[in-house]
Design a protein around this ligand. Structure first.
Ligand code: AMP
Length: 394
């Protein structure tokens, strides 16, 4: 017997999914629907080690879900066995600070939050609506990227803005990637054999999107993403922090519209804007070939990350552990080395050989006598979502 939970992550043009057994946490099936809204889309559905591929036009999320259900019916596992569905939901605003059972009323409330996350919440809501129609007899829950950061203190989440404007529009720091920061920080405690609530740590989630969190005795006290997931670190295509005056400047001097600026900062900036590549494998190759733009891009990336780590060490008044996770954090020893070596003065000592080891397991990359433990801990957002869903329904 197994207890399968379906996990859905609906983006604007894709739906990623996994079925995880809530009992032994094994992945039973996984897949991705891509290019929703285009003339031709694809689904890759993997079950028992075999990937089934289908090409088909998906005008919307509802149609994509219908075809996904067909693939489940043809190749398994049986969706009738699924006990619950967990939906990754980017923005919970100030209202949703934990995993929440989805009801009509709750969904109405979630729709009202869409202006806070116009790129992320509408597709998630479309995915939720389609999945509730496809699987009407099981509980559906929403797992919020913002929830882990609902503990931020007011001095960290408040922007220095006119209070009335901020209040009217719900403008504050919310933070994102919370499922990953929560999962990884708990793993750190497990790995170090210390109670979660007994030490200070910093987690660097460095993937295509990137964010960093400061966690004091098991409570998140600061993070780099803000009102939107655009703030903070340099990312694949997102700028991270820029001067807040940039919008007005580009509008007046560059004649750019708000949509043009939004598109520039979200889609054409970050590593892509700096050197024309987003993937660190390509960027590392460019650096090795002597490409000056790529070298500068890496320097900017490292400088921004260092500035945040330094600031969070100060916010926490000292730390016990610094952890790298997600695609770049888990797979790029040269970025980790560039960071940790520059933190030598603050008590970080890298073990070069350990840093070069490739592994899917949590591991220590600092020397045994380094005052601060430096770790690499692979994230697993789907597993974290499965645990959240299981806890929410039981
Ligand atoms: P994520 O968003 O967590 O899936 O991370 C994706 C990013 O991780 C890619 O764009 C790459 O920059 C980086 N990445 C993944 N695998 C590797 C690798 N083997 N070496 C260097 N960077 C990698």
């Amino acid at each position: 017997m197994s207890t399968p939970i379906l996990l859905l992550n609906a983006g604007s043009s894709s739906i990623k999914y996994q079925v995880i057994d809530a009992d032994d946490e094994a992945v039973i099936a996984s897949g991705i629907v891509q290019r929703i809204g285009d003339e031709y889309g694809t689904i890759d559905h993997t079950v028992a080690g075999t990937t089934h591929f289908m090409e088909r036009g998906f005008p919307n999320h509802s149609r994509a879900l219908t075809v996904m259900v067909q693939l489940f019916n043809e190749h398994g596992p049986a969706l009738s066995d699924v006990v619950a569905v967990g939906h990754r939901t980017v923005h919970g605003g100030a209202a949703f600070n934990s995993t929440t059972l989805i009801t009509d009323e709750m969904l109405e409330h979630l729709r009202e939050l869409s202006p806070l996350a116009p790129l992320h919440n509408p597709p998630a809501i479309a995915g939720i609506e389609a999945a509730r129609r496809a699987l009407p007899d099981v509980p559906h829950v929403a797992i919020f990227d913002t929830a882990f950061f609902s503990s931020l203190p007011a001095e960290a989440y408040t922007y220095a803005l006119d209070g009335t404007v901020a209040k009217t529009h719900g403008i504050r720091k919310y933070g994102f990637h919370g499922t990953s920061h929560s999962f990884v920080s708990r793993k750190v405690a497990e790995f170090l054999g210390r109670p979660y609530e007994s030490f200070n740590q910093i987690v660097c989630h460095l993937g295509n999107g990137a964010s960093i969190s400061a966690i004091r005795n098991g409570v998140a006290v600061d993070t780099s993403m803000g009102l939107t997931p655009l703030a903070g670190l340099v990312m694949g295509t997102r700028s991270g922090d820029v001067d807040p005056g940039l919008h007005a400047f580009l509008s007046r001097q560059g004649g750019m519209s708000i949509d043009d600026i939004d598109n520039l900062l979200n889609k054409k900036s970050g590593m892509l804007g700096l050197c024309g590549a987003t993937d660190f494998r390509d960027i590392n190759d460019l650096v090795a070939e002597g490409n000056a733009d790529a070298a500068l891009a890496v320097d900017v990336y490292v400088h921004r990350l260092l500035s945040y780590i330094g600031s969070y060490v100060a916010v926490l008044g000292g730390i016990d552990a610094l952890t790298f996770t997600a695609g770049v954090g888990e797979n790029n020893p040269s970025i980790r080395k560039a960071i940790v070596n520059r933190l030598a003065g603050l008590g970080f000592v890298l073990d070069d050989a350990a840093n070069d080891v490739r592994s899917k397991e949590p591991r220590r990359i600092s020397t045994a006598d380094s005052p601060v433990a430096v770790l690499v801990v692979p994230t697993n957002e789907e597993l974290a979502m499965a645990r959240e869903t299981k806890a929410a329904i039981s």
